[in-house]
Design a protein around this ligand. Structure first.
Ligand code: SF4
Ligand code: SF4
Length: 372
C-alpha cells in the first residue's frame, strides 16, 4: 500500500477532529485492531492527519463498535480511547461541513426538529392544495380506475413538483459529495473502474459492518449481524421503491398507462417489496439505536439518525396504506399525506442522514484506490 507522507498539519477546526487526531496517533502506535476493518489500514498509511484525512477515516468507519470492545486503552484507562464514538462525531460534523449550499448547513444542527417541521408543513400544503385546486369533496370521495390519483392532483403538476425537488436534491448532494471527495482524495493517483467496482462490492454487502467477522457490537459484548441485516433491508427496500417509481414513469409516458395499477403489475410488485423492506429495515435500525451501548453514541446527533429512519418508515407506511385503501374514501387524504412525506423526504435528503451512504461509498472508493 502507498504510504502517504505529510510533513505539516494545520490546527483542526473542531474539538472532535482534534480528539480523532489524538486517537489516531495512539492507534498508529498500537495497531492491535488493524484486522478489524478498513479504518486501521488506511490510518497506518498516514503519519499526520489533516481534517480531510480524519473526515475520510470517519466516513470509512461503519460504527460496528469492535475496536472499542477490543481496546485495552478504553476508559477507565487514562488514554480514554473511544474510536467509534469519536469517529461518529467527526462523521456527523462532516455532513455539515460539506453541505451545499452553505446557508442550509445549519439544518444538520437541529436536524430532528428541522425535518419534523418540513414534513408537517409539506403534508399540510398537499392537503390544502388538494382542497384549494379541486372541489373539496374530491378529497373524501371514492375514486377508482386508471387516473384515479390525478383527480386529486393533475399528473403534470405532480411530475413537475417532484421533478424539481428531486433535481434539487441531486444537485445539492453532488455538490457536497464533490467537496468531500476533493478533501479526501487529492494527491491519490489512479484506481479507476477497479476501485469503483471494489467499493460497490464492499458497500453492497456492508463488508465492514461485521466487526472483523464476529458481528456488530451494538449492545455490549455479544456481537450480532442484526444491524447489517436491517441496513440491507433499508437499502434494498429504498432501491426497489425507486425502481417501482421509474417503471411507473415508463408505463405512463411510453405505454400511456395511468396509475393506479393492478396488484400484479410490476410497479406495484416492486413497490410492495420495497415498502416491506422500508418497514422492516428502519424499524429494526430504530430498535438497534434504542438499545445501542450509550458509550458508542454521538448523542448530540441522535435526532438526525432518528428523523431519517422515521421519514423512511413513514414513506413506506403511507405508501402501503394507500395501496390497500386506494379504492375507499380514505384514498384522497392518504395520497396527500404520502405525497407530503415523500416531498419532505426528497427536500431534506441533502441535509440529513441520507448523505452518510454517499460519503461512506466515496470513502470506500478512496480506500480501494489506496489499496490499488
Ligand atoms: S482502538 Fe485501542 S486496541 Fe485498537 S488500535 Fe486503537 S489503541 Fe489499539
Ligand atoms: S467501530 Fe468498527 S468500523 Fe469503526 S473503526 Fe472501529 S472496528 Fe472499524
Amino acid at each position: 500500500m502507498r504510504a502517504i507522507d505529510m510533513h505539516t498539519t494545520a490546527p483542526h477546526t473542531t474539538a472532535a477532529l482534534t480528539e480523532a487526531d489524538r486517537l489516531m496517533v495512539v492507534c498508529n502506535s498500537c495497531r492491535y485492531c488493524e484486522g478489524l476493518c478498513a479504518v486501521f489500514p488506511a490510518m497506518e498509511a498516514r503519519r499526520l492527519f489533516q481534517d480531510g484525512d480524519l473526515n475520510y477515516l470517519a466516513n470509512l468507519c461503519h460504527s460496528c463498535g469492535a475496536c472499542y470492545s477490543d481496546c485495552q486503552f478504553s476508559p477507565p484507562h487514562e488514554f480514554e480511547v473511544n474510536v467509534p464514538r469519536t469517529l461518529a462525531q467527526v462523521r456527523n460534523d462532516s455532513y455539515q461541513a460539506y453541505a451545499w449550499p452553505r446557508a442550509f448547513s445549519g439544518m444538520f444542527a437541529r436536524n430532528g426538529l428541522a425535518i419534523s417541521l418540513v414534513a408537517a408543513l409539506s403534508v399540510a400544503l398537499f392537503v390544502l392544495g388538494f382542497v384549494a385546486f379541486r372541489d373539496p369533496g374530491v378529497l373524501f370521495g371514492a375514486h377508482g380506475g386508471p387516473g384515479a390519483f390525478y383527480r386529486l392532483m393533475p399528473h403534470n403538476a405532480m411530475a413537475l413538483l417532484f421533478g424539481i425537488v428531486f433535481l434539487y436534491a441531486i444537485v445539492a448532494i453532488v455538490m457536497s459529495a464533490r467537496a468531500f471527495w476533493r478533501d479526501i482524495a487529492s494527491g491519490t493517483p489512479g484506481g479507476g473502474i477497479a476501485a469503483f467496482w471494489q467499493a460497490m462490492k464492499d458497500a453492497g454487502r456492508l463488508r465492514y459492518l461485521d466487526g472483523g467477522k464476529g458481528g456488530c457490537f451494538n449492545e455490549g459484548e455479544r456481537p450480532t449481524d442484526r444491524r447489517k441485516h436491517y441496513h440491507h433491508a433499508t437499502f434494498y427496500g429504498f432501491m426497489l421503491c425507486l425502481a417501482s417509481t421509474s417503471v411507473a414513469t415508463l408505463y405512463h409516458y411510453l405505454l400511456g398507462r395511468e396509475a393506479p395499477y393492478a396488484w400484479y403489475d410490476l410497479p406495484v410488485l416492486l413497490g410492495t417489496l420495497g415498502g416491506i423492506g422500508l418497514i422492516v429495515g428502519p424499524a429494526g435500525l430504530l430498535m438497534a439505536k434504542w438499545r445501542r451501548d450509550p458509550v458508542l453514541v454521538d448523542e448530540t446527533r441522535f435526532g438526525m439518525d432518528v428523523a431519517f429512519l422515521v421519514m423512511l418508515f413513514m414513506t413506506s407506511l403511507t405508501g402501503l396504506a394507500l395501496l390497500v385503501l386506494r379504492a375507499t374514501p380514505a384514498m384522497g387524504m392518504l395520497l396527500a399525506v404520502h405525497l407530503g412525506v415523500v416531498f419532505a423526504l426528497f427536500l431534506t435528503m441533502p441535509y440529513g442522514k441520507f448523505v452518510h451512504g454517499i460519503y461512506r461509498f466515496l470513502a470506500l472508493v478512496q480506500y480501494a484506490r489506496e489499496q490499488h
